[in-house]
Write a protein that binds this ligand. Structure first.
Ligand code: SAM
Ligand code: SF4
Ligand code: FES
Length: 344
C-alpha cells in the first residue's frame, strides 16, 4: 500500500510520511494525493462547495501578532469599524444574494464587547432564523463565548496558528498566550459551537516538526472546520522581509488534512487566491470545499489589510459572488449557499 492509501485508510500520519509528502518531487504520487483527497471530499459533499459571506467588521486590534497587517503597532494601517447598520445592511445584501451563512470577522476591538456583540448577533438571528452565524473575533472569555452562543451564534473560527508552543512565541508578542488560545478552542467546542482551527503555511520558523504537531492537534481537537492559507509577507509588520508561504505546499497540506479528517469543512482561502490567480480553484481540486466571498461594504474593503495585495478589495459583493460561482462551475463544482453544516 502506498503512503497516500495508508493515510487515507488509517486517518493517521507519521512525521516521516509528512516529510516525504511535503518534500517529494514525484509528480505521480502528488497527483494521486490530490485525486484521493478530491474523491474523499466528493464522497461526502459531492461536487458542492459551500459559500459563506464574509463581513470584516473592524480593522482595530489590541493585539500585536508579528505577521498581521492589522497589528496594533502598525501605525500605517487605516482603522475602521462598521456601524451596526452597516453590518445589518451587509447581511441583508448577502441574504438577497442567497447567502445563508454570515461570517463576522475582525481584529480584537474593544467596541465589540459582549453587550454590543450579543445585540448584533441576536438581531441577525431574529431577522434570519434560517442562517448560520459564524464569528471570528479572536480570544474571549468562556463566559463571553457562552453569551454569544446563547444570543444565536453557531460557529467560531479561531486559527490556533501553530500547535508548537515555542513556535507560537516566535510569532506572537509575550503578552499573548499559546495555552489560552488552545483553551479557547476547547471552550468553544464544549459550549457547542462548530469550531474551526487552522494555521498559515510557510509562517516564519515553521518546520516539518511544527506542521506535524499542527496535524496531530487537528486529530486531537476534531474540529468541524480547518482554515489554512499561505503566509503572505506584509509591509509594516515584523516579518516584512520574510518570504511568502508556498502555494504548492498549501495544496499538499489541504489534501493531507482531507485524508486525515474526511468530513472537515475547509475553505480555499483568499490568501491562496492572492498568491496564485487560480489558487482557490486549485484548493478545491485539492480537497477544500468552502469559499468565503466578501460581503463587506466596498468603502472599507481595502482597509481590512491583513496582508498585502489581498484580492477582491475593489469588487462589490454581488460581483464576488458571481465570480466565485463562475470559477467553481468552470472546474465542475456547484456553489451552494445553504447553511452547509458539518456532516457527521
Ligand atoms: N483577529 C482574529 C484572529 O486573529 O483570530 C480574526 C482575524 S485574523 C486577521 C484572521 C487570520 O488571518 C489569522 O488567524 C491569521 O492566520 C491570518 N493572517 C494574519 N496575517 C496574515 C498574513 N500575513 N498572511 C496570511 N494570513 C494571515
Ligand atoms: Fe489582531 Fe487577529 Fe491580526 Fe492578531 S491576527 S493582530 S489578533 S487581527
Ligand atoms: Fe471577488 Fe472574484 S471572488 S472578484
Amino acid at each position: 500500500m502506498n503512503i497516500v492509501d495508508n493515510i487515507r485508510t488509517t486517518h493517521s500520519i507519521t512525521r516521516d510520511q509528512l516529510a516525504e509528502l511535503l518534500d517529494t518531487q514525484d509528480q505521480e504520487l502528488l497527483e494521486y494525493l490530490r485525486q484521493q483527497a478530491q474523491q474523499v471530499a466528493q464522497s461526502i459533499y459531492s461536487n458542492k462547495v459551500f459559500i459563506r459571506g464574509l463581513i470584516e467588521i473592524s480593522s482595530y486590534c489590541k493585539n500585536d501578532c508579528l505577521y498581521c497587517g492589522l497589528r496594533r503597532s502598525n501605525h500605517e494601517a487605516v482603522r475602521y469599524r462598521l456601524t451596526e447598520n452597516e453590518i445589518y445592511a451587509a447581511c441583508e445584501n448577502g441574504y438577497t444574494l442567497g447567502f445563508r451563512t454570515f461570517v463576522m470577522q475582525g481584529g480584537e476591538d474593544a467596541w465589540f464587547n459582549d453587550d454590543n456583540m450579543c445585540r448584533i448577533v441576536s438581531t441577525i438571528r431574529r431577522r434570519y432564523p434560517d442562517c448560520a452565524i459564524t464569528l471570528s473575533l479572536g480570544e474571549r472569555s468562556r463566559e463571553s463565548y457562552q453569551r454569544l452562543f446563547d444570543a444565536g451564534a453557531n460557529r467560531y473560527l479561531l486559527r490556533h496558528e501553530t500547535a508548537d508552543k515555542s513556535h507560537y512565541a516566535q510569532l506572537h508578542p509575550s503578552d499573548m498566550s499559546f495555552d489560552n488560545r488552545i483553551q479557547c478552542l476547547y471552550n468553544l467546542k464544549e459550549i457547542g459551537y462548530q469550531v474551526g482551527c487552522g494555521f498559515m503555511v510557510g509562517s516564519p520558523y515553521q518546520t516539518i516538526d511544527t506542521l506535524y504537531q499542527d496535524l496531530q492537534f487537528i486529530l486531537r481537537l476534531q474540529p468541524h472546520m480547518v482554515g489554512i492559507g499561505p503566509f503572505v509577507s506584509t509591509r509594516h509588520t515584523a516579518f516584512e522581509d520574510f518570504s511568502n508561504g508556498s502555494v504548492e505546499r498549501t495544496l499538499r497540506l489541504l489534501s493531507i488534512i482531507r485524508l486525515l479528517h474526511p468530513h472537515v469543512l475547509m475553505p480555499a482561502t483568499t490568501a491562496l487566491g492572492t498568491l496564485h490567480p487560480r489558487g482557490r480553484e486549485k484548493g478545491i481540486l485539492a480537497g477544500a470545499n468552502v469559499v468565503m466571498p466578501n460581503l463587506s461594504p466596498l468603502a472599507h474593503r481595502k482597509d481590512y489589510n491583513i496582508y498585502d495585495n489581498k484580492i477582491c478589495t475593489g469588487d462589490e459583493a454581488a460581483e464576488c459572488y458571481v465570480c466565485t460561482s463562475q470559477r467553481l462551475s468552470q472546474i465542475g463544482y456547484q456553489a451552494v449557499v445553504d447553511r452547509g453544516d458539518f456532516k457527521e
